[in-house]
Unconditional design. Structure first.
Length: 417
């Protein structure tokens, strides 16, 4: 499909830094590659004064323009930070009083972002994560442009990190915006079904958080190595403590490898917990990695762990991108028996499910693989085959572009040929 008569402008936006966002850069790059005559803007958010870190997906794309919205921080200026926090507080108070919602109510980091989006004057706005949905919707409405949204999470029930007021705000924004979206994306079929039911919209397009095909993998390290990674390595709803306690019941030659950023306390609470369990010599920390190295980092290990607890609807419905990295890396996988994760494991035959939060069942499943290397190898082969066949970025982006094109043909007649 080519653009007919001039150019079209697409704006892809996210409230996170481009290098930290798993989906928005991929969508921006896919559109820019598919439509060289289009002008694609990528707008991310970063702390004021932060140096921009490169995104590999943006290389050799002359029609992609990257703009960063810098939000206030204590280091960047306490006055602006206090002003923005006061603005967010006032916006939340106004919501409680009137039910009216403005972008600042969801996050102070997007204050001023709507102005940036308006100035781009896009024909299509594709927002990622809940904080940018309302600014993109308002910018699109002013221009009569299309708005699209990528719902990577079930944003209205994220668990312990979310207050009751924040859940109400999210529901209010989604109720306003989702029915007006030309296209909604979701990170799993289960999430797509839930959003369609919740907001009475057409079923969103499920797109998995899959990695690019990795043709070659590094050699595995010696030993039986469990691997768990997260954006932030810490105790909480992602189930890391369950793995630590399970490790105390496993043979001493089994080790646990953790990878990701340290939390605000530098990992003090986690390391204290590890010491309490007498596991200091068996738990290995690895520094964060560039997104394009995720599969290579995982491939050195033996079993990939997805340990989400059954504590909120988001964990029930979504699928973490690490499970697909594990598959591409050729790891056998042990995952919580939650609907989203179960769907992937049933499709791949790449490992075992365990009862979420059950240390006993988790221990038993790890022991099962430890004691049966033939089964372990079979799961690893199945995982890798699934990744090469279905669970890869190339296949997902073909689906995305096909549906994106269909929607644009229907909603922007005369623009594409």
């Amino acid at each position: 499909m080519d653009i007919e008569g001039g150019t079209i402008t697409v704006c892809v936006c996210t409230p996170y830094e481009g290098v930290q966002e798993p989906r928005a850069p991929r969508h921006a790059a896919a559109i820019a590659k598919q439509y060289p005559a289009a002008k694609v803007f990528f707008v991310d958010c970063a702390p004021g004064g932060a140096a921009r870190r490169p995104v590999k997906a943006f290389e050799n794309l002359p029609n992609l323009v990257w703009q960063t919205h810098y939000f206030s921080t204590r280091a960047g200026g306490p006055f602006r930070l206090a002003r923005d926090r006061a603005g967010a507080g006032l916006a939340r108070f106004w919501f409680k009083l009137s039910g009216a919602v403005v972008p600042a109510a969801l996050s102070s980091r997007v204050i001023g972002m709507e102005r940036t989006l308006r100035e781009i004057k896009a024909d299509i706005y594709l927002a990622h994560n809940i904080e940018t949905l309302l600014p993109a919707y308002r910018a699109a409405s002013q221009r009569g442009a299309l708005v699209m949204f990528d719902s990577m999470e079930f944003h209205s029930d994220m668990g312990e990190s979310q207050t009751a007021l924040e859940r109400e705000l999210v529901r209010a924004v989604e109720k306003i915006c989702l029915p007006k979206c030309a296209l909604v994306l979701a990170s799993s079929p289960q999430l797509a079904d839930a959003l369609a039911t919740e907001y009475r919209i057409d079923r969103p397009l499920p797109l998995n958080n899959t990695p690019p095909v990795a043709q070659e993998l590094p050699a595995k390290a010696a030993g039986f190595n469990l691997y768990w990674r997260n954006a932030v390595v810490g105790l909480g709803q992602r189930g890391l403590d369950d793995a630590l306690v399970a490790l105390t019941n496993l043979p001493v030659e089994i080790s646990l490898h953790l990878q990701g950023r340290m939390p605000a306390d530098g990992g003090a609470a986690l390391k204290t917990r590890i010491a309490e369990l007498n596991l200091t010599s068996r738990v290995v920390f690895h520094p964060p990695y560039a997104p394009e190295d995720a599969v290579k980092e995982a491939a050195r290990h033996t079993v990939g762990l997805c340990l989400e607890r059954k504590v909120n609807r988001n964990h029930d419905l979504t699928v973490s991108n690490k499970i697909f990295d594990y598959h591409m890396a050729g790891l056998a996988v042990i995952a919580s028996d939650l609907p989203g994760l179960r769907g992937v494991m049933e499709a791949s035959k790449g490992g075992l499910l365990f009862t979420p939060g059950s240390i006993e069942d988790l221990t038993a499943k790890i022991l099962m693989l430890y004691r049966d290397p033939v089964q372990l190898g079979r799961f690893a082969q199945n995982a890798r085959a699934f990744a090469l066949r279905d669970g890869n970025l190339e296949k997902e982006m073909k689906v995305f572009i096909r549906v994106f094109e269909r929607v644009c043909r229907e909603k922007l007649p005369g623009v594409f040929k």
